[in-house]
Unconditional design. Structure first.
Length: 407
C-alpha cells in the first residue's frame, strides 16, 4: 500500500493546484483522478515498476516508459503531449525543482553519418505514409493559411527559390537535399543546374530515381556526400533542415564552408529550427533528451542569436530573416494527424516500438512549435562586405510567382 498512498498523495496535491484532464489506472484497479472533468488522457500502469516515471514525469521519462511498453497511454496525441507537459510542470513546481540539463555532444563525420542513417534510413515507405507526395520533410509555407500539405510544401520550396532569386543557368547547391524535391523544383521551374547532397542512402537512391524519371539528369546531380567534402563554386546555396545536425560548436565552421562555396555575387539561404532557450538550446521538461535518445542523436538547436552570430563569424552577411514558427506548428500537426490515420500500416512496417517513438515525437514537435519553445527561421545571406548586383533592394520580389520580378 505504500506506493498506492504515495501516488494518491501526489495526485491530490496536483489536483488542488491545477486540475488536469488526466486519469491514471494502477495495476491494482485503483484510479487516480487529476481533475474533475472527463479525462482526455488515461495512463495505464500495469506494474509497480513504472511508478518512478510518474513521480518524475518529464517527457523523457514518460516517453521512455511509453516507448518501452511499461505504461500504456490512451488519448489524442496532442492531448497526451499537452497533459504530459502540464504534469511535468506542476510536479516540478510542487517539488520546487526546475533544474535543466546541459548536454555536451562530441561530434565527428562518422557520428554524423550514423545519426543521419539512424533517422532517415528507416524506410522510404515509412515516410511516404505521412509526408506529402514529394517527401518534403521540413516546414511547409502556408501562404493563405488554408493550404493542404502538398501545396504548402511546394509553396515553401518556391518561397525559398524566389527569395534567393534563382535564375536560369544558376549553379545551385542544396545541402541536405532530402529526397530531392527542392533540387528537382529548382531545375524544372527555375532553370537551375543543381547539386543535392545527403548522407542518407535511402534519400539519395530515391532522389536519383526521381531525377531520372523526370529526365533531369543533365540538370540535377544527387550525391551521397558530407558537406565538408564539397568543392566548387555555386551561385546559390540552400540549406533546409540541415544546420540542426551540425552541432553548436561547429556552426561558425559550417557557415564558413558555405562562404567558401558561394560565388561572388552569390546568395545563400539557411532554413532551420532554433531554440528559444538562449542558454542551453533545450526545450523544457526533457523534450530534447527524448529526441536525442530516441529520434535524432547529436541534434542541437541554436538560439537565433547564436545562429546570426555564427553566420557573421563564417564571413557572411544576413540580408533577410523571416520567422515561420506558426507554419511549422501547422506542418507538424498535419504530419501527426497523417501518422495517426496510418497507424496500423506504420506499426506493421516499422514495429510497435518505433511507432511509439515517432507518435510522441511528431505530436511533441507540434506542441513545442505552438508554444514557442522552438521556432523556424529562414535566413538569407551574402558574402560580407559585398554588394551583389542581382540582390533586390526590397522584399517585393519574394512574393512574385517563381521570382519573375527582380527589380
Amino acid at each position: 500500500m505504500f506506493w498506492e498512498k504515495k501516488l494518491e498523495h501526489w495526485a491530490n496535491g496536483l489536483r488542488s493546484r491545477s486540475a488536469l484532464p488526466l486519469r491514471v489506472d494502477l495495476w491494482n484497479g485503483q484510479q487516480l483522478h487529476f481533475g474533475h472533468e472527463t479525462p482526455q488522457v488515461i495512463i495505464k500502469v500495469p506494474h509497480v515498476s513504472a511508478i518512478a516515471c510518474l513521480l518524475t514525469p518529464s517527457l523523457s521519462n514518460l516517453g521512455a516508459a511509453y516507448v518501452d511498453g511499461r505504461i500504456e497511454v490512451e488519448g489524442n496525441p496532442g492531448a497526451i503531449i499537452s497533459v504530459g507537459n502540464s504534469l511535468a510542470f506542476h510536479t516540478l513546481r510542487l517539488e520546487g525543482k526546475f533544474a535543466r540539463i546541459t548536454r555536451k555532444l562530441r561530434r565527428s563525420k562518422e557520428k554524423d553519418l550514423k545519426a543521419v542513417q539512424y533517422h532517415y534510413d528507416i524506410s522510404n515507405d515509412f515516410y511516404k505514409l505521412w509526408l506529402d507526395e514529394n517527401l518534403v520533410y521540413s516546414c511547409g509555407y502556408f501562404e493563405n493559411g488554408d493550404e493542404d500539405l502538398f501545396s504548402a510544401q511546394i509553396k515553401k520550396i518556391d518561397h525559398i527559390l524566389t527569395k534567393i532569386q534563382v535564375r536560369p543557368g544558376d549553379r545551385l547547391l542544396d545541402i541536405g537535399c532530402g529526397w530531392g524535391a527542392l533540387a528537382i523544383r529548382a531545375a524544372e521551374k527555375f532553370g537551375a543546374k543543381c547539386v543535392g547532397i545527403t548522407l542518407s542512402e535511402n534519400q539519395a537512391s530515391h532522389a536519383m530515381e526521381r531525377v531520372e524519371q523526370l529526365g533531369l539528369s543533365d540538370r540535377v546531380e544527387i550525391r551521397l556526400q558530407d558537406y565538408r567534402d564539397v568543392k566548387g563554386s555555386f551561385d546559390k546555396i540552400t540549406s533546409v533542415g540541415m544546420f540542426e545536425h551540425v552541432g553548436l560548436q561547429n556552426l561558425s565552421g559550417y557557415f564558413s564552408k558555405i562562404h567558401s562555396l558561394l560565388a561572388d555575387n552569390g546568395i545563400a539561404m539557411n532554413h532551420g529550427i532554433t531554440s528559444t532557450d538562449a542558454d542551453n538550446g533545450e526545450t523544457p521538461y526533457g523534450n530534447g533528451e527524448f529526441i536525442e535518445k530516441y529520434v535524432f542523436p547529436y541534434g542541437e538547436l541554436p538560439h537565433i542569436g547564436l545562429a546570426l552570430k555564427s553566420i557573421q563569424e563564417g564571413g557572411l552577411e544576413v540580408v533577410d530573416v523571416e520567422n515561420l514558427r506558426r507554419h511549422y506548428s501547422r506542418t507538424c500537426s498535419i504530419w501527426a494527424e497523417n501518422f495517426e490515420m496510418r497507424s496500423d500500416e506504420i506499426r506493421t512496417l516499422v514495429g510497435d516500438r518505433r511507432y511509439r517513438i515517432w507518435r510522441i515525437y511528431l505530436a511533441g514537435c507540434a506542441y513545442a512549435f505552438n508554444r514557442d519553445w522552438i521556432s523556424l527561421y529562414q535566413i538569407v545571406c551574402v558574402k560580407a562586405g559585398q554588394h551583389p548586383s542581382n540582390l533586390a533592394w526590397s522584399r517585393r520580389h519574394m512574393y512574385d510567382p517563381y521570382g519573375k520580378t527582380f527589380n
